[in-house]
Design a protein around this ligand. Structure first.
Ligand SMILES: *[C@@H]1O[C@H](CO)[C@@H](O)[C@H](O)[C@H]1NC(C)=O
Ligand SMILES: *[C@@H]1O[C@H](CO)[C@@H](O)[C@H](O)[C@H]1NC(C)=O
Ligand SMILES: *[C@@H]1O[C@H](CO)[C@@H](O)[C@H](O)[C@H]1NC(C)=O
Length: 379
């Protein structure tokens, strides 16, 4: 009793120093644990936000309905395509068309600016494909700079286009044509590259030119390209935040369109009178979600390339095939200075610069007819 009283009184003398320390210690401990848990939660949440949702399913039984035919590649992926021009079996020239960034097989300049007469006179058949992850083509999570060239070759064989065929590509699809020249040159009869995207990290481009061209891009676009190149795992997150300005091509920032582009787009909108076509053009590009279409496209287009187009040799040295590159000198999306440098280095490319042309010049004013005539060497 006494002892207890003693100790009680002792306790009472310095009533809480022990207990307080204990309470302080234990609440510090709890706080630490709480902080660790919170931090872990935050990391998990942050990590989650960088992960894209799975792509929307296509085709029966439980996916979106398909609007056009598909071929099945050897690895099980399906590629969607649409044919136009003269029938394949009477065609003199067969062209595979590769679409731009945030587009689909329905955004094909030849469908708008190549006249029916020219196409029939020349005997041109055009097949436009949806690139993997775009429109109605299955995503290719293993997509590389090379894989799309091989997909194109397989499409040609599935459709029986014969030993050789032409390829055409616009903007980001134009960049894909460099891969065709690199990996399937023996299958090509000729190629046309229209307003092609340029990868600022191709090692043969002189840094004074790339620095100058890069610094003229909008700040937000410089950042989006840096993320795609250096931190591709962050591309989805970066481009889905609304509290800072995103990549201008995705957000349709008017600043990247020249006056010429605005005129072309106005004409184009007036030409699209069929509401079904208008809806398809609008909804197909990101039909399966943004990640497998536009974000993966950025990561590949501006990622690390295993070759540099400036190292390519003329694939048609001993034949009469040719490669043409068309570019508007008022393109605000792709710098014309870099295109001039590339075509000067690759003397075998036939370069056509359209004075006053913006990024979209190929979609209006019979330019599609001109491009076809030059490619197919007809006056
Ligand atoms: C390709 O289409 C078939 C149906 O025609 C489907 O069973 C298959 O899962 C598709 N491939 C992929 C990779 O989605
Ligand atoms: C870039 O540097 C090269 C020499 O390395 C020079 O010949 C060229 O004129 C420069 N171009 C510009 C636009 O400064
Ligand atoms: C290339 O030459 C072959 C035979 O000499 C000819 O049949 C073909 O039409 C030519 N192609 C072009 C694009 O001129």
């Amino acid at each position: 009793m006494i002892a207890s009283t003693m100790s009680d009184s002792k306790k009472n003398l310095s009533p809480t120093s022990h207990t307080r320390r204990y309470i302080v210690d234990s609440s510090l401990g709890v706080l630490k644990i709480l902080l660790i848990v919170l931090f872990a939660e935050l990391c998990a949440w942050a990590y989650q936000t960088t992960l894209p949702p799975p792509p929307t399913k296509l085709g029966s039984p439980d996916g979106l309905p398909l609007t056009s035919p598909r071929i099945k590649l050897h690895n099980g992926r399906n590629l969607s395509y649409i044919e136009s021009g003269v029938p394949k079996d009477v065609a003199k020239f067969k062209i595979i068309y590769v679409h731009c960034f945030d587009c689909s097989k329905y955004q094909n300049p030849f469908a708008f600016s190549a006249s029916r007469d020219v196409i029939e006179e020349l005997g041109v058949y055009i097949v436009a494909l949806d690139r993997p992850g775009y429109g109605e083509s299955d995503p290719d999570p293993k997509r590389t700079v090379k894989s799309l060239a091989l997909d194109i070759e397989e499409l040609a064989d599935e459709l029986n286009l014969g030993e050789k065929f032409y390829v055409a590509g616009y903007s980001m699809g134009g960049e894909v044509i460099w891969s065709c020249l690199k990996y399937i040159p023996h299958r090509l009869q000729g190629a046309v590259i229209i307003s092609p995207a340029v990868n600022y990290w191709w090692h043969n481009l002189p840094s004074n030119l790339t620095n100058d061209a890069y610094s003229r891009q909008l700040q937000q676009d410089q950042w989006s390209l840096r993320v795609a190149h250096y931190l591709p795992w962050l591309t989805y997150w970066w481009n889905t935040r609304s509290w800072f300005p995103g990549f201008s091509v995705i957000t349709q920032n008017p600043a990247i369109f020249s006056q010429a582009d605005i005129e072309v787009v106005t004409k184009l909108n007036a030409m699209i009178t069929d509401p079904t076509q208008a809806t398809l053009m609008k909804t197909q590009p990101r039909l399966q979600g943004e990640f497998e279409s536009i974000h993966r496209d950025m990561n590949i287009g501006w990622g690390k390339w295993e070759f540099d187009p400036l190292d390519l040799e003329n694939p048609f040295e001993n034949t009469n095939g040719s490669v043409h590159l068309w570019m508007g000198d008022e393109d605000r999306i792709v710098p014309v200075t870099l295109q001039r440098y590339i075509t000067q280095q690759l003397g075998w490319i036939k370069y056509h610069e359209v004075v006053g042309g913006g990024h979209t010049f190929a979609f209006a004013d019979e330019l599609g007819s001109d491009i076809l005539k030059a490619l197919l060497k007809v006056k």
